[in-house]
Design a protein around this ligand. Structure first.
Ligand code: SF4
Ligand code: SF4
Length: 422
């Protein structure tokens, strides 16, 4: 009995049929001969690790958790989760290095940096400081660190008294803006408000919204991630209300994947009651449009050539089609799809000195294609990808909601949806 118990997994590695398909799709395996690949690092290795943790291979740290292996697996094995949990349980490195713990504190870093954003931004872009950061913390000096905003999205929202304005709209949603919008790109938050308001939806913010915890999970900071996750779940339940009347929309596929899947699969939290209430902005809008509940009017003078990059987490969610269908719906947009591949960023993964060259090698062919294209913008839902593509090419990279906000004829859209000027 004891022997049997020690061979029953908490994940679904037993479903692996050893077809090896996942090994073809792993971007790390292609560029790093030290990485054992998804099959060996995931289900194969798990069989051994269950018997004896000494079989854990420290090379698993190279996994980007891009989940491309999971997407390709015909048996639905959650390979990325198996590897993430194995790293947390078995690595001899019991405590994440200071650098990883620091990079995972997105809320703390963001709230401090935004007070002195011009100073932080110029320091972070200075060569000598980056050299020192590389030497002391192993944050690669060639990587691009995101710039901080001087006015957080939440500050703007409060200053503009948006809470009262948003509550006046007939349909109300809770917006999980995430660290990226709050500390780095409040323009995307404002574009969200513009687009959603034009079709009669108000966006309210949750009082207790914290970082989704993706970075903490990938650095093995489970206790801290769990505490943030529980605060978020409580805030979601309160926002969604009795009977699940309100939905929570987000702009980041990495956040929404973490909330819907990793909270349960990695942190062991029950999200069943709330999962279907958590969605992406483009998915929500597309579904309303498809049901004829909202209508868009577009500017006749808007003409842009855009190329869409499908982020790993968008593909894992299976929701790329919602963003691209919305973009195709804009008459002035000429849309090209970029080949499906990882850009190599994976949150803060690419910033770490030991990963930088792998990350560049993974995204290299994508950057070459992007650079050779004659387009106005690259569009992608994921903030990591936007940062990575923008830093490796000369192109401007936007979120689909920013394209919608640019292309919409706002007065006409409001009129079509019976929305008064607020
Ligand atoms: S999550 Fe990505 S890097 Fe990790 S094994 Fe799967 S495909 Fe490879
Ligand atoms: S694709 Fe799935 S079933 Fe095939 S080897 Fe990989 S984990 Fe096993």
């Amino acid at each position: 009995m004891k022997y049997q118990q020690s061979n029953i997994s908490e994940n679904n590695f037993e479903q692996c049929t050893k077809c090896t398909i996942c090994t073809v799709y792993c971007p790390m395996l292609e560029v790093n001969p030290l990485y054992p690949g998804p099959k060996q690092a995931g289900p194969d290795g798990e069989r051994y690790r269950l018997r004896e943790p000494m079989y854990y291979d420290e090379a698993l740290r190279y996994c980007l958790n891009c989940k491309r292996c999971e997407m390709s697996c015909p048996s639905g094995v959650r390979i990325g989760d198996i590897i993430t949990l194995a790293k947390i349980k078995n690595s001899k490195i019991r405590r994440a290095p200071l650098r990883d713990r620091l990079l995972a504190q997105t809320d703390m870093l963001g709230s401090m940096a935004s007070y002195v954003a011009p100073v932080v931004n110029s320091t972070l872009s200075s060569k000598w400081f980056r050299k020192a950061l590389d030497g002391v913390l192993s944050i690669d000096q060639r990587s691009t660190l995101p710039r901080y905003t001087g006015e957080r999205f939440t500050t703007w929202y409060r200053k503009e008294e948006q809470a009262a304005k948003q509550k006046a709209y007939p349909r109300r949603l809770a917006y999980f803006y995430g660290c990226w919008v709050n500390y780095h790109n409040p323009d995307l938050g404002r574009a969200m408000i513009e687009v959603f308001n034009a079709v009669g939806c108000g966006l309210v913010l949750m009082d207790e919204g914290r970082c989704c915890g993706r970075e903490k999970i990938s650095s093995g900071m489970l206790r801290s991630a769990q505490s943030d996750a529980m605060a978020n779940l409580e805030a979601f339940r309160e926002a969604v209300g009795e009977g699940g009347a309100v939905k929570v929309v987000a702009t980041s596929p990495a956040c929404i994947y973490t909330l819907r899947e990793s909270y349960h699969n990695i942190l062991g939290l029950d999200v069943a009651d709330i999962k279907e209430r958590l969605t992406l902005a483009t998915r929500y809008l597309y579904r309303l449009m498809e049901r004829g509940e909202i209508r868009f009017a577009f500017r006749s003078d808007y003409h842009r050539r855009v190329a869409y990059h499908s982020a790993c987490y968008m593909e894992r969610l299976g929701w790329t089609l919602y963003s691209t269908s919305l973009l195709r719906h804009i008459p002035g947009v000429e849309l090209t799809m970029l080949p499906s591949q990882c850009c190599g960023r994976a949150g803060s993964y690419a910033l770490r000195s030991e990963n930088y060259h792998f990350s560049e090698a993974i995204g290299g062919s994508l950057f070459e294609i992007v650079e050779s294209m004659d387009v106005d913008y690259i569009v992608t839902d994921c903030e990591s990808c936007r940062e990575q593509i923008a830093s490796h090419t000369s192109k401007r990279v936007l979120h689909p909601i920013e394209i919608l906000a640019e292309a919409l004829d706002l007065p006409k859209t409001r009129a079509l949806n019976g929305v008064d000027e607020k």
